[in-house]
Structures are given as structure tokens and as C-alpha cells.
Ligand binder design. Structure first.
Ligand SMILES: [Fe+2]
Length: 628
């Protein structure tokens, strides 16, 4: 995941330090009635130079055919519920947003969305692109179609895929929103209507927004039977399919056309094998071709499930992993024989919403631990849990086994405070590249910073050579998340010695996840390859793709892109051979039955009646709304 603009210190620093730009329009918050715009501090908005929301990406279908299909009863219900939402917005406007859900912070500057771009060919290239880079680099990110009407967190944005197709020095670029069921309906309705999992769902107004959504569902004004996810976080190419993922839904299959365009094939359930959400960081074993994944639930047990897919896409039965509390698990790791599951201190306490707080909590009383489970396990009986106190890794870069000591070594960036991505806090965020050694004999662990304390820099977003995933790797390529939340370059870190080679984009250029592409799967040197990175110049407001030699750390080529590429999340590369073999079609899949929906809505009203949140949140969880 790309770095996150969520710490109060850094966000305010980024806002205050950016020079004013006269040419860029200011953001507005779209309202129903009454207008929220009037309640926003317009001076603050205008004083921030790069807060903008291009109107060109908004749909103007406010009077859509969706409305025309409604019967009188539905129209009356829609009007009443719109009035309820207006009152809710008025109520929300009486309290300032925390920075973690303030759209003026979350989608400011180059975190702001862009319009879709059709394919542009023959882009200018400076330098020479290595012959081995032949295919398409794709990167996912959050790109809200509509201006927020209320709270918004960067992770809430609709998924957009950016694709750079490369054949020699012939390069094309396009970007397209992923056509999720959520996006299609909102576009049709002409405004955002699905709850935003992080930006909106906290406190009493979050509960009210859930109730509003389910009331709209009850009257058939919106359909969430096919999922509510945004598909904005991860990308993986597996079994001839490119999948866009966020952990709040099933994956969406994306296709790169022969003309280098991007199209959404559809929501993908692996031929009706996957009936629950899947995290956005499944792992591909480079030797066996298997894919491993988790699914977590915020309310209903089992809170965590593990499963895998054969190389051909056949899913294993779920392995239920017992957890005492629902826990955020954004990422995990594999070794040659094990999966490594972090069970950490960021948990969901949904009742906190009723107290006016965030449901995502840093539980200081919980002791972080790692679960080591054989990859082929049919149950969790053989899982070994080893405590690793005060460890919160949002991402894990790799893990491997060291048989001589019977240890599993885990490489990750340990983030403090652990919930700083989601909750506003005074303490500066720190992300420390760490080695955690888990001894399976003694069932104890040790943790060390890979860099010397004096050399500390925030390292987040990146990877090892994925052809070596699950095996001992010497190098990791990680974003230099300085000044947080921006990425000023990347570091090639020797995981054994801590030696670090840094590459800075320079000037006012910033990027995101550095993507390591090996020159060849048969390379003898682990670092024989190239870093691909989208880089944006905040002075000229231009974006480019840089290709940097991972051995010499010198730029080999850069491609001028025809339009701005916002800072985003994760990417992957599909070589030309795989591109030609992409599956064409997907299966339609549903998630919720009508009976389930009615049941959920009933529970929602029960909640309001009883002034108690669990039933509603239970239904919320069933719907598949989790976190990115
Ligand atoms: Fe991520």
C-alpha cells in the first residue's frame, strides 16, 4: 500500500508547506440539501493550493434513468431518505472532521482523483527502455468518482487502474476506473450513496449512515447484493486473470486489451468457489504457482479464514482460524512450507461507534503475535502462535525458513502508533523496517530494526524480488516515506547488513510503491532487474514513469505521461506472453440473497429501536464492508 496521508502532523505539514498554486480550482463538498458548502471554512479551502476535484470526472446524470424506473412508492421513500440524509449532513457539519476523514486533507494535492484517460500511444521516452521490459505495468489506486458529501478517507476512493504498456521504446498509457457494482450504481444515480468504510463509519453519524443505506436497500433504491467493494488496493495476475482487489469484497477481473486499453470483466468468484471477501495481498508462490489468501470478518465468527488456490485456480476448503476478537489483517506472508499470519493490536470494536468513536481501535492490552500454519493444513490445529509484543506491520515484505535454528524470519515495516492510518493522533507516525525471528522450538520471537537507529527513515510500500518470495532474500526495495505521507524516493536495503542505497526523485518529485521487475526469472543475481515507479512533479504538475536499474541505481529511461497520475497503492507487471493469454470472460456472481438483505435490514431497524449497534453491524459485516 502506498503511504497514507493520515497522521495529523504530516498532513498539516503537507498542507502548510505547499506553495499556493493559482491555477488549480478549490475543492467543494457536494451536498444534497441543505448545503454543507456554507458550513465549510472556505478560506481554509482556498488557502490550500492543491485541493481540487476536477469536475470532468463527475457524472451529470443526476436525473438518471434509475430514478425513472422507480415506482411512486420508491420515489416517495427516496425523497424521505434524501431528507434524512440532508439532516444528517447538517448534523455532521456541526463538528469538524478528524484529518483521517476530512476530504480536504485526504484527497488533497496529488492524492486528488483524475478523469479516466483513453489510450495514448507513442509517448515520449528519454533514455532507452531495456529489452526485457516487455508487457504492461499496472498500478491500482483510490480515485473517487464523486466529490464526497461527508467524511472521506483516501482508502475509500473508487479503484482506478493505471497501465503503461511497453514494447521496446514504444509506450502507451491509459487509466480507467474499475467498474465495481458500487461504482456502476453510483454513476447511474449521479452521486455517492454507498457507505464509506473508513471516512464515514464512525460515531453516531456512522450508525445513521448505515441505517440510511439499508433503508435505501429495503426500498430497492440501491442494490448491494453483488458486493460493495472499491477494488482499489492490490493487483495480481493469477491463472490468466488480472485481479483488482480490496479486502472489502471479492476481486474484480480486469483485462488489458490488445489496444492497451483497460476494461473491467466483472466481479470474480473463481467459478463460484469464493463466497467471502479476500484480502488485497494474496501471495503467489513462485515455485508452485499456488496462490494463498486470507479473508477476515469484523463481526461474525470465524473472524479469520485461510485458503489457497492451485495453479489452475482450484480453491481449497476454508481453514477457520480462531481469533478472540475481530482483527485487521491487511497483509500476511508465506515461506516455502508455511503461511505467516499476523494477529496484531488493531482490532474492531464496533460498539465504539455507539460511543461516538471509531470502530478501529488500538488495543494496548492485546499482545501481538504471529501464527505459523503449514500451507497445506486442512484445519488450524497445527498452527503455532508466537507472541511478538508491540508489533504492528501493515505490510509484510517477505518471510522464509531457517532450518538450522528452526526459525521463521519475517521482514516487515513496523508502524507506530499502530492505528495512525485510521485515527487522528498527535504522535508522529514511524515506520521501521524490521526483522522478526520466530523460533518454532522455543515459541519465542525477537525483533530488530534492520537499519541503525541513527539511519532511521520511514520505509513503507515496496517488495522483494517476487521470484524469490517465501525464500531468503537479501534485498528489499521500499518507498522512502519522507516527508510522510509523501514518497521522495526508494531505498534498496540489504536485509542482512542493513546497508541502504537510496534513490531520490529529486526536486519536488514524489512517487509511491517502487515496483521491482526482475530481468529474467533465471537471473543468478537477486537484484538483476529494474525499479518501475510513477513519479509526479508537484512543481510542474507533470507525471512520468521512471525505470531505474536496481544494480547501478541509475535511471535507464523515463516516460512522459500524458496526464497526472495520483499517488496510489500497489502494482504488478504482466509480460507480453501472459497478456496474450488473458482469460476473456468471468462468471457472474452474487453475494447476498434477498432473504439475507431483508434479514439484515430488519436487524438494522431493531438496532435503532434498541439503541444498540451489534445487530446493525452484524448485517454490515455480512454485506462485505470491511477495510481496504
Ligand atoms: Fe496494502
Amino acid at each position: 500500500m502506498a503511504v497514507n496521508p493520515y497522521t495529523s502532523t504530516l498532513v498539516s505539514s503537507s498542507l502548510s508547506s505547499t506553495p499556493y498554486n493559482k491555477t488549480i480550482p478549490t475543492i467543494s463538498i457536494k451536498t444534497i440539501k441543505p448545503s454543507r458548502k456554507a458550513s465549510i471554512n472556505c478560506a481554509a479551502l482556498q488557502s490550500s493550493p492543491i485541493l481540487h476535484f476536477p469536475h470532468t470526472i463527475n457524472s451529470d446524470h443526476h436525473e438518471s434513468h434509475h430514478h425513472l424506473q422507480w415506482n411512486l412508492f420508491q420515489r416517495a421513500a427516496a425523497t424521505a431518505l434524501d431528507m434524512f440524509e440532508s439532516a444528517l449532513i447538517t448534523s455532521e457539519a456541526e463538528h469538524p472532521f478528524p484529518k483521517t476523514s476530512d476530504p480536504r486533507v485526504q484527497i488533497s494535492g496529488n492524492f486528488a482523483p483524475v478523469p479516466e484517460q483513453n489510450v495514448k500511444h507513442n509517448l515520449p521516452v528519454r533514455g532507452s527502455i531495456p529489452d526485457c521490459i516487455n508487457g504492461v505495468y499496472v498500478r491500482n489506486g483510490a480515485n473517487p468518482l464523486f466529490e464526497p458529501v461527508s467524511g472521506h478517507h483516501l482508502f475509500d476512493g473508487d479503484g482506478m487502474v493505471h497501465a503503461v504498456s511497453i514494447a521496446g521504446n514504444s509506450v502507451s498509457y491509459s487509466c480507467k476506473l474499475t467498474e465495481t457494482h458500487r461504482l456502476i450504481q453510483e454513476r447511474e444515480l449521479g452521486r455517492p450513496i454507498f457507505p464509506k468504510a473508513i471516512g464515514e463509519l464512525h460515531g453516531h453519524s456512522g450508525v445513521a449512515r448505515l441505517a440510511l443505506f439499508y433503508a435505501r436497500s429495503l426500498f430497492g433504491l440501491v442494490d448491494h447484493s453483488k458486493g460493495m467493494g472499491v477494488a482499489n488496493a492490490g493487483l495480481i495476475y493469477f491463472n490468466n486473470r488480472l485481479l483488482a482487489m480490496s479486502e472489502d469484497d471479492l476481486p474484480y477481473q480486469i483485462r488489458i486489451t490488445p489496444a492497451s486499453d483497460i476494461e473491467t470483466v466483472g466481479r470474480y468468484d473463481f467459478s463460484e468457489q469464493l463466497m467471502s471477501t479476500m484480502i488485497a495481498h494474496p501471495k503467489l508462490d513462485p515455485v508452485t504457482g499456488e496462490m494463498f489468501a486470507l479473508s477476515y470478518d469484523v463481526v461474525q465468527k470465524p473472524y479469520l479464514k485461510y485458503f489457497k488456490f492451485s495453479k489452475e485456480g482450484e480453491k481449497s476448503p476454508d481453514v477457520e482460524i480462531p481469533l478472540n476478537v475481530p482483527t485487521m489483517i491487511h497483509d500476511f506472508a508465506i515461506t516455502e512450507n508455511f503461511v505467516v499470519v499476523p494477529d496484531q493490536q488493531v482490532v474492531f470494536k464496533l460498539q465504539e461507534m455507539m460511543k461516538g468513536g471509531s470502530p478501529v481501535i488500538y488495543d494496548k492490552d492485546k499482545i501481538s503475535r504471529f501464527g505459523i500454519l503449514p500451507k497445506n493444513a486442512a484445519t488450524s490445529t497445527d498452527m503455532i502462535w508466537v507472541e511478538s509484543p508491540e508489533t504492528f506491520c501493515f505490510h509484510l515484505w517477505n518471510a522464509w525458513e531457517e532450518p538450522e535454528t528452526n526459525e521463521v524470519v519475517v521482514i516487515g515495516s513496523c508502524m507506530t502508533p499502530p492505528d495512525s492510518i485510521f485515527n487522528e493522533c498527535d504522535e508522529n507516525l514511524k515506520s521501521v523496517l524490521s526483522e522478526i525471528r520466530i523460533n518454532l522450538n522455543t515459541r519465542t520471537s525477537t525483533k530488530r530494526s534492520i537499519l541503525q537507529e541513527s539511519d532511521h527513515i520511514n520505509l513503507e510500500a515496496g517488495m522483494v524480488n517476487r521470484d524469490k518470495l517465501g525464500r531468503k532474500t537479501r534485498f528489499a526495495y521500499l518507498a522512502i516515506a519522507e516527508p510522510w505521507p509523501k514518497v521522495s524516493g526508494f531505498a534498496k536495503v540489504d536485509l542482512i547488513t542493513g546497508e541502504t542505497k537510496k534513490f531520490f526523485y529529486g526536486g519536488e518529485r514524489y512517487g509511491g510503491e517502487p515496483f521491482f521487475l526482475p530481468s529474467s526469472p533465471n537471473s543468478e543475481s537477486e537484484d538483476d532487474g529494474y525499479i518501475l515507479a510513477f513519479v509526479h512533479d508537484e512543481k510542474t504538475w507533470k507525471s512520468e514513469l521512471q525505470i531505474i536499474n536496481a544494480v547501478s541505481m541509475v535511471v535507464e529511461a523515463s516516460v512522459k505521461l500524458p496526464s497526472r497520475v495520483p499517488y496510489g497503492f500497489h502494482g504488478t507487471f504482466i509480460n507480453s506472453k501472459d497478456l496474450a493469454e488473458q482469460a476473456q470472460r468471468s462468471q457472474a456472481c452474487s453475494f447476498w440473497t434477498e432473504a439475507q438483505l431483508v434479514s439484515a435490514v430488519f436487524r438494522s431497524f431493531q438496532l435503532l429501536k434498541n439503541n444498540y449497534c451489534d445487530p446493525l453491524l452484524y448485517s454490515f459485516s455480512e454485506s462485505g464492508i470491511l477495510f481496504i
